[in-house]
Design a protein around this ligand. Structure first.
Ligand code: PLP
Length: 396
């Protein structure tokens, strides 16, 4: 007999897609995996050296539950630069990836029965963690508006139980970057209705076509006392396995996060903390620049191939490393081989018939979407997208 809580959870859809890619590759077929939520790239040299130095020095032992003071200091400087506001160490917690920062935030902010506004399609962990905190995610549809939430839709969803709003920009899965007007509107709404803002900017390092990512605090500093910013090195340095993220928030939120982490994970891995600290202290920007170069080339290759899709809408792909396809017209049509099918059916058929792994939109609360990652070599992205186009629109 397991606790009721376990019925609130299932393994994340992206993990399942990853697993099916592995199984299919094992069969000897040439499978192109466009499902990954991570960039396939070399580990940065400074990170390797930082970890080796820490191991050579025999570094061990618990750290402060919310991280080494030096690392928190370096992160405070980084957040200060990005927001234009002076942040101190008392406003920073180092976490085991952004996921732990988000989990902290929901556990700290939400009482059972509270509601959280969640623009959708959205990364599935937000809703899972909100449920775990006993609260309810209220999805705000964004598909008709370039995947950016509209103020009127947010206002219409408000109830006396609304406690927070989640903003994820650049967005997973859609790649949308929220424009400044939208961020200002959300900030003003949160002040007027006394809401917390959870600002997840894990993909902020990757923006395209000259579109900038802005911290909501740099636009409306007044929301500082009601905002929890969440970030990590998982995407920006392709450091998913090292599990270093952070939250920047008012000092009382950080104190609560410290208590929570002290009773759950104790502290983020000490060697990984030293590795990231070295990276930040040395001001080495080459790894991020290399990743940006790789992603730009992969994005161009993918967009070039996908531009010949006729019956499927491709979102702008302004940020992050995802293409997002809207198949609603195709699936709703009365005839053709996709009539009446679901995104899950299409994702399964793509793997079976074309050897391409993608993530079905149902994972993100959208029954008509498909997410493709371009975090791999440009030629593989091109090949995967070519196969996908041929699958949807076979040459006559
Ligand atoms: N936030 C968003 C929007 C993500 O897409 C992800 C990972 O896919 C995370 C947070 C989690 O990042 P981390 O690996 O640092 O826990």
């Amino acid at each position: 007999m397991l606790a009721d809580r376990t019925s609130l959870l299932s393994v994340s859809g992206t993990s399942l897609a990853r697993a099916s890619a592995k199984v299919a590759s094992g069969s000897g077929r040439d499978i192109i995996d466009l499902s990954a939520g991570e960039i396939s790239a070399e580990l940065p040299l400074t990170i390797r050296e930082g970890a080796m130095d820490a191991i050579r020095l025999g570094i061990n032992g618990y750290t402060d539950p919310i991280g080494l003071a030096g690392l928190r200091h370096a992160l405070a400087l980084r957040v200060s630069r990005e927001t234009g506001l002076a942040f101190g160490v008392e406003e920073i917690a180092v976490t085991a990836g952004a996921k732990q920062a988000l989990f902290n935030a929901f556990m700290i902010l939400l009482n059972p029965g509270d509601e959280v506004l969640l623009p959708a399609p959205c990364w599935s962990t937000f809703a899972a963690q909100i449920r775990l905190a006993g609260a309810r995610a209220v999805q705000i549809e964004t598909r008709e508006n370039g995947y950016v939430p509209q103020l009127a839709d947010l206002e219409n969803a408000l109830t006396p139980l609304t406690r927070a709003i989640v903003i994820n920009t650049p967005n997973n899965p859609t790649g949308a970057i929220y424009d400044e007007r939208t961020l200002i509107d959300i900030a003003e709404l949160s002040i007027a209705c006394d809401l917390w803002i959870l600002f997840d900017e894990c993909y902020g390092a990757f923006t395209h076509d000259g579109i900038r990512h802005r911290s909501i605090l740099s636009l409306v500093p007044e929301v500082r006392s009601r905002t929890i910013m969440v970030n990590a090195f998982s995407k920006s340095l392709a450091l998913t396995g090292w599990r270093i993220g952070y939250m920047a928030a008012p000092a009382d939120v950080i104190s609560a996060a410290k208590a929570l982490q002290s009773h759950t994970t104790s502290n983020p891995n000490v060697i990984a903390q030293h590795a990231v600290l070295k990276y930040l202290l040395e001001g080495d920007v080459s790894a991020e620049a290399n990743l940006r170069g790789q992603l730009d080339a992969a994005r161009r290759a993918g967009l070039d191939a996908l531009s010949s899709l006729k019956a499927i809408r491709l979102a702008d792909a302004a940020g992050g490393f995802y293409f997002y396809l809207d198949m609603s017209e195709l699936l709703q049509s009365q005839e053709g081989r996709f009539a009446g099918r679901t995104a899950d059916d299409v994702a399964a058929a793509l793997l079976r018939e074309a050897g391409v792994v993608v993530v079905s939109g149902t994972v993100f609360g959208d029954p008509a979407g498909l997410r493709l990652s371009y975090g791999l070599a440009p030629e593989r992205v091109r090949a995967g997208c070519d196969r996908l186009v041929a699958f949807f629109e076979p040459p006559q």
